[in-house]
Write a protein that binds this ligand. Sequence first.
Ligand code: BGP
Length: 478
Amino acid sequence: MGKFPKGFLWGGATAANQCEGAWQADGKGLATVDVTPFGPDRFPVATGYMEMLDCDDAHFYPSHEAIDLYHHYKEDIALFAEMGFKCFRLSIAWTRILPNGDDAQPNEAGLAFYDSIFDECHKYGIEPLVTICHFDTPIALIKKYGGWKDRRMVDAYVHYCEVLFDRFKGKVKYWLTFNEINMLLHLSFTGAGLVFYPGENVEQVKYQAAHHELVASAKAVKLAHEKMPDAMVGCMLAAGQFYPRTCAPEDVRAAQEADRDNYFFTDVQVRGAYPVWAKKRMERAGVQLCTQPEDDRTLREGTVDFVSFSYYSSRCITVDKELMAAENAEGNAVSASVKNPYLKASEWGWAIDPVGLRVTLNTIYDRYEKPMFIVENGLGAVDTVEPDGSIHDSYRIDYLRAHIKEMEKAVNEDGLPLMGYTTWGPIDLVSASTGEMKKRYGFIYVDKDNAGNGTLARSRKDSFYWYKKVIASDGEDL
Ligand code: BGP
């Protein structure tokens, strides 16, 4: 007697670039992450990306080895199976399949690698959930086109999808078109391989790129349905409700507008058209979207089957400029926000808000009335290995337990349709925002440090045994 619907997909989620390593193995080409260094200049936000693309050896690039899942996948999937995973969310590295992003012939070694991964999953009855593009635009396409600002990226992506669908139909039923598509507006290089040239209207470039990704996503959904009638294709949003810092109507309005940064993309992916406010927003920013006559129809015909999202925290917004300036002084936040005085935060300053997960689930359902899937949730924390090798990560268990409780209420008290729950980084991996190893999310510890040292040995943390119990009892035994 579990607390979740039959077939609920419990599991964990990863991204190729944060765990596979083997950055040049078996014909793989370069992607954005391979030239994203460790340290403060990880996310260049001004112009001048181009010189980064030469992959200067003076830097340390965490994704080059990562946790070497490329050579450890059997061991790692066996550990997921031991926890009782029903689902493993992973991404396919575009440049393992098409090293230049748009090669006519795919790289057989890359395809074979994912074949083995899927076979290994099915051996244990684990359903793969595949993100087609997770923060790894091919460098060759950036050099050629400047990333997603160029319309030709749509064809390259659709060609890539065609290769994947033809090869993996029958092995993969659940697909996501772009990871955290809304991050394009904030982490433009990571999200969409965007390179800005001096004098360009940054907003114009971002929204144009967004349009191309939306068209590409819609085409992928349609193609997936044509090639795999059983397929379920979802969008993927970095979610987390924006709260007004006070009940001043101006703060409430500011929060509504901030939330729209999230829903800009999903509104199109779920409803099949731009909402009116989005058009006005672009107009105000001086954006003139360059479109093709068939785009409206493409967007309409390519709506997703479900809405998936990551949830780590909620955010607070205010119109109080001084407060905003004071709290965002370091300028390293993904999107500007202020502290919520009612919430504690992680060591990396991310507010911990389990109730916010229930709020977010309800907001998304009210807006779309589609099945939902929580495909990322978790606590990034520093773990201590005891002399006997054990790792007592009660803080991680507390975080996840509190979130699962709220998710359960959303399902049983609010009646929301939830397909599954995959925690972020079930095995420690490289952090996307910082490049660190010490920001760990895993149930499985990996012996590797920020400088890349370590044996890569895997070991079970306390949370490993806890999550196994949660899955076995279908959420009953928390
Ligand atoms: C999401 C990304 C993931 C992941 C996660 C945790 O934004 O989809 O790739 O890394 O955040 O973030 P971080 O690794 O920065 O702690």
